[in-house]
Design a protein around this ligand. Structure first.
Ligand code: CP
Length: 320
């Protein structure tokens, strides 16, 4: 694997999941592969889990990890191709990225969407420019439209939670929209849909209020259901996430608290396990009662971020 930006970069998902589960058992089994190698972790936006888990994963592989909060501590970057830089931006990505390519062996980047221009955000201009100009492998730590390390973690978490009954029937996975106080990107939802479709082992339903349809480039293959209770019927996994509108780009169209997942909403499921990428707004997206119950997988999910990152970095180092 050269870059890790989307599910399309993964030639064999089952093998990558197995590699992550092997690292979970034996974290230091490949300590030599990253010796004398360095990863740069660039954050244009805040993070807790992605930042720490990727650092731990790199260290488990013997790599040095250097974090640069470029969004708050670096020069303001320019990404427009022929920009006349007489405004607030100080350095063009064409000048900055090749230098980073000299300092590091792998470059990992977090860059959120503006939620102002769909065309701009969905072109993935920021991460693409780093790929174009840095000359080394690039890993997405969440981009404008996708969050692949999170989604790989989610698949790993479902795989290890799946009981023997999956030998007789496919699990039902439901992605359920939830309310939020702020307009959030579609990345986690897009990415989860893309990876569940690639995984191909589940019956997949997405439920959301009217107007929250996601880009079909990611959701094709999923059933869309606007009645949350109908969608949750017989679910084995419920993935809760807010996203802003894709069609009425970046807007909040619904704040109905009835969409918050509660213990009562889970009554129609098959004792579903509940997932969320975190951070979560308690008692807005998900009730505390659910989050604090044995149904919740959120801590296991977040801890699996290390093994997902380690499997990805190992695959890139192997192909170096
Ligand atoms: N889930 C996730 O990406 O968490 P952070 O934003 O804390 O990295």
């Amino acid at each position: 694997m050269r870059h890790f930006i989307s599910a399309a970069d993964v030639p064999n998902l089952d093998a990558l999941v197995q590699k992550a589960l092997d690292f979970k058992k034996f974290p230091f089994s490949q300590k030599q592969i990253g010796s004398n190698k360095r990863i740069g972790l660039l954050f244009l936006n805040p993070s807790m889990r992605t930042r720490l888990s990727t650092q731990v994963a790199a260290q488990n592989l013997g790599m040095e990890a250097i974090v640069f909060n470029i969004g708050s501590e670096g020069w303001a970057l320019e990404f427009a191709e022929d920009a006349i830089m007489n405004g607030t931006t100080v350095e063009h990505v064409k000048d900055a990225a090749p230098i980073m390519g000299q300092y590091f062996d792998i470059l990992a980047i977090r860059t959120f969407p503006s939620l102002k221009s769909r065309e701009d955000d969905y072109s993935e201009r920021y991460i693409q420019q780093f790929i174009n100009y840095c000359g080394i492998p690039v890993v997405s730590l969440e981009s404008a439209t996708l969050h692949p390390l999170q989604s790989l973690t989610d698949i790993i978490t479902m795989e290890e939670t799946i009981a023997p009954w999956t030998e007789t029937r496919r699990p039902k996975v439901v992605l359920s929209w939830a309310p939020h106080v702020k307009p959030l990107p579609q990345c986690v939802a897009n990415s989860f849909a893309q990876w569940v479709n690639k995984w191909g082992k589940a019956d997949f339903v997405i439920t959301h209020p009217e107007g929250y349809e996601l880009d079909t480039a990611f959701t094709n293959g999923a059933t869309i259901e606007h009645d949350q209770q109908k969608a949750l019927q017989d679910a084995d996994f419920v993935y809760v996430k807010n996203w802003s509108s894709y069609n009425d780009y970046g807007k909040i169209l619904c704040s109905d608290p009835a969409w918050m997942l509660t213990t009562a909403s889970l009554n129609v499921t098959r004792k579903a396990r509940v997932m969320h990428c975190l951070p979560v707004r308690r008692n807005v997206e998900l009730s505390s009662e659910v989050l604090d119950s044995p149904a919740s997988l959120v801590t296991q999910q977040a801890s699996n971020r290390v093994w997902a990152a380690q499997a990805v970095l190992h695959s890139i180092l192997e192909a170096y």
